[in-house]
Design a protein around this ligand. Structure first.
Ligand code: NDP
Length: 335
């Protein structure tokens, strides 16, 4: 098995030297174990937080050990009746092409829909889709008729969130992303009513105000920083934000200043709620039902950016942080 380990805790942007690739030989299966060949391994922004040793909602990656994360694969050898050879499974033994562990670490999946690869279970029908669904509907309590602003709109969570907002009857959905190509995709492919490039010379605050002349009711924040400040300026009374991520600061080496306009939370009666999806897995069945149906009916589109080869996982992760992906970034192991 080819596996990727963390060897240093990166300061600022991680580099190739912070990781190493190792080969692990597995022995015969012990009772209760299965061996799984991964098809797709997920790289996700939250993994940057796990590379440092700080208090968080999930423990840091151990140094000199194989990293973990979402993955989908197929059982190739088994000792348990529940997971016969050939079963498609999801699990948390990412950053490697083959894994051998106790069966209870794996969950059987249905075969993917005809027009999709098993990577959909890492993206639009998996963790990032669920994050969009819960963040929008449960955390921000989006209602039909709301005007919704979503940052990081062309990524995995953002592309799902924009479409869910439209399917749930939003009046107007606005997105921001980091290239003109992504901005065009937002309105042409993902059903956004308006979109802008946050790297443009005009400030985010000004561009959001133009895109939402009547203000916003919901903000789905994937980015933090200047985006959050702009949203606080555009909020209508009673507005609600789901604070999902703050990717603008994940590689920064200084503390990010807070928004200068926090007082708007008071004067406009705003609610800003942070969440991590691990506390909302009880909503996965509802999500799978509703999103699965939308997907089957062709009401939801998705994109994936696929990097080939487990040995290129670090490049895939860094590419994700740099914005090289549209939709979900995944590594195809090619085992
Ligand atoms: P994405 O697919 O959105 O990929 C990350 C994107 O972030 C890049 O494509 C890039 O797009 C954008 N980005 C990078 N740097 C910046 C910056 N400085 N300012 C603005 N945008 C930037 O990743 P995910 O969909 O997996 O995750 C999106 C967000 O949701 C992340 O913040 C992540 O941490 C969070 N998240 C939170 C969860 C939770 O439980 N709370 C669960 C899953 C994700 P661009 O080209 O537009 O800059």
């Amino acid at each position: 098995s080819t596996q990727i380990q963390l060897v240093n805790r990166p300061v600022g942007w991680p580099t190739a030297d912070d990781f190493r690739t190792v080969t692990v030989e597995y022995g015969d299966l012990a009772p209760g174990q299965v061996r799984v060949v991964n098809e797709f391994v997920s790289v996700d922004p939250y993994m940057r937080g796990r590379m440092i040793d700080t208090r968080s909602y999930i423990p840091p990656f151990a140094l000199d050990a194989t990293m973990t994360g979402g993955a989908v694969g197929r059982v190739v050898e088994t000792t348990v009746d529940e997971l016969p050879v050939g079963t498609l499974v999801s699990h948390q033994y990412g950053w490697r092409d083959v894994v051998q562990e106790d069966a209870d670490g794996f969950r059987a999946l249905p075969e993917p829909p005809a027009n999709a690869a098993s990577s959909v279970y890492l993206g639009v029908l998996g963790m990032t889709g669920l994050t969009a669904y819960v963040g929008l509907l449960t955390i921000a309590r989006m209602q039909p008729g709301d005007t919704v602003f979503i940052s990081g709109a062309a990524g995995a969570v953002g592309t799902a969130a924009g479409q869910i907002a439209q399917l749930k009857g939003a009046k107007r959905v606005i997105g921001s992303a980091g290239t003109p190509e992504k901005v065009a995709l937002l309105t042409e492919r993902y059903g956004y009513d308006a979109a802008f490039d946050y790297k443009d010379d005009r400030s985010i605050r000004e561009q959001l105000r133009d895109a939402a002349p009547d203000g916003i009711d919901v903000y789905f924040d994937n980015v933090g920083g200047e985006h959050l400040e702009a949203a606080l300026d555009s909020f209508n009374d009673g507005g609600r934000a789901a604070l999902c991520g703050a990717i603008a600061q994940y590689n920064s080496t200084t503390r990010t200043p807070g928004p200068s306009n926090m007082a708007n939370i008071i004067t406009r009666g705003l609610t800003l709620t942070g969440f991590t999806i691990g506390h909302y897995f009880d909503q996965a069945p509802a999500f799978r039902g509703e999103m699965g149906q939308w997907f089957a009916d062709g009401k939801v589109v998705h994109d994936e950016t696929v990097v080939d080869g487990i040995e290129n996982s670090v490049d895939a992760f860094l590419g994700l942080m740099r914005g090289e992906n549209v939709g979900k970034m995944v590594v195809r192991t090619g085992s």
